[in-house]
Ligand binder design. Structure first.
Ligand code: RP5
Length: 155
């Protein structure tokens, strides 16, 4: 993520990966404040065994795009909800990539962070049957929770 201040949002991705028992690392790597670290991180990621990168950033959110520019690993971008523009700036900064350098862009905020983890897991599960089974179980349990919810009452 681009800043420690993104952790509140990106922790939802981390928690989802924990729940699915998917190994991950959480790092602050800023496109603007630590650009050399970003290049180094992205260039070495594949060699370190990383298979998917989830990049969350807010405001002028250049982290996912620049990360994707420096690695051919799948990069999933999470627009963090900014204070000034509610994350519209983050979303537009991440989603409009030029053809040739893809970033899979998720929703703004918590839903995007959670879904980035689920999408990363789905990518990894294409070559990992045990992970695919865990993901299926997660979906089944989620469906059951909705179906077995208490009937709605007037507030
Ligand atoms: C972006 O600037 C970060 O991803 C963060 O969302 C935003 C603000 O960063 P801080 O000023 O809170 O560190 O690079």
């Amino acid at each position: 993520m681009g800043s420690r201040s993104d952790w509140e949002t990106m922790a939802h991705a981390a928690q989802t990966l924990e729940d699915l028992n998917v190994p991950y690392e959480a790092r602050v790597v800023s496109a603007h404040r630590t650009p050399d670290l970003l290049f180094d991180y992205a260039e070495k990621a594949r060699g370190r065994g990383i298979r998917v990168i989830i990049a969350g950033a807010g405001g002028a959110a250049h982290l996912p795009g620049m990360c994707a520019a420096k690695t051919a690993l799948p990069v999933l971008g999470v627009p963090v909800q900014s204070k000034a523009l509610s994350g519209h700036d983050s979303l537009l900064s991440i989603v409009q990539m030029p053809a040739g350098i893809p970033v899979g862009t998720l929703a703004i905020g918590k839903a995007g962070a959670t879904n980035a983890a689920l999408l990363a897991t789905a990518i990894l599960a294409t070559t990992d049957k045990r992970l695919a089974a865990r993901l299926d179980k997660f979906r089944r349990e989620q469906t059951e929770r909705v179906l077995n919810d208490e009937p709605l009452k007037l507030p």
